[in-house]
Design a protein around this ligand. Sequence first.
Ligand code: SAM
Length: 291
Amino acid sequence: MSTLWLVATPIGNLGDLAPRASEVLAAVALVCCEDTRRTGKLLQHAGIRAERLAVCNEHTEFSRIDDVLNVLASGGDVAVVSDAGTPGISDPGERLVVAALDAGHVVSAVPGPAAATMAVTISGMPSSRYVYEGFLPRKGPERTTRLAEIASEHRTIVLYEAPHRIERTLADLLAACGADRLVSVSRELTKMHEETVRGTLGDIDIGEPRGEYVVVLGPVVVNTEPPDDASVTTSIRAALDDGMSTRDAAAAVATATGRRKREVYALAVAIGDTTPTSAAPAHTNGGPTNE
Ligand code: SAM
């Protein structure tokens, strides 16, 4: 059975081309690539004479499907590579995979470099759960909505960005997520001028934008501390002023704040004891019914 191979290639350092990537690229009947000159150079570096190269970029991937299926149907294997990194990750590949699977072919990969994976693992952010967002929508409501989703995201987030948009994107992230959100910005990964700057959105300084960027944003930090007595008392007073009974106010505030009902009730009773209207039956009609 024929196989469609997704072959990862270096994101900068040519030494990262895996031996198995070279073997597959040398063996397949067709190599689909974004740019024949660029991939030609990579193959030359690895000492590979590819059987046949075909352009498959974001504009031509769809129209390339028939060629690929024909090669696979005639018993030849096909490799897909992108300009850098893992095909299908913000690069062509996904549509060919679906077409090959639909036609009953084997789809496999030679795994390897991907800027997102490298950036997450060196960021210092939690890496057990992360979301890959790729490039943000450039403008309009799509961008606003995505930024709002990112602002409340409980997992680490990975974004790709071009040098001429990195400052704008960091400014938009600051506006959406606040100054305290942790961020790690990596550029030129695996290359001579590789650099990762870590900090918060409020204080990060990436200098003059240069090269390709990966932004790794920490998850939103939720304040899990229950509110103190003073703020619980304020909430109870507001509930009492709204006409609630002491018991109902205590129950509602306990539910809203996560504080124990018995404690909140005690605070509510204390308010009643110091308020002239505390004798009113509405504020003293029984204690908490559960914890
Ligand atoms: N398929 C690639 C991968 O697996 O990472 C991503 C391709 S996407 C078209 C290009 C983007 O990836 C760049 O704009 C940049 O955000 C990121 N990128 C690729 N190589 C990089 C590198 N060496 N350092 C930092 N970011 C890189």
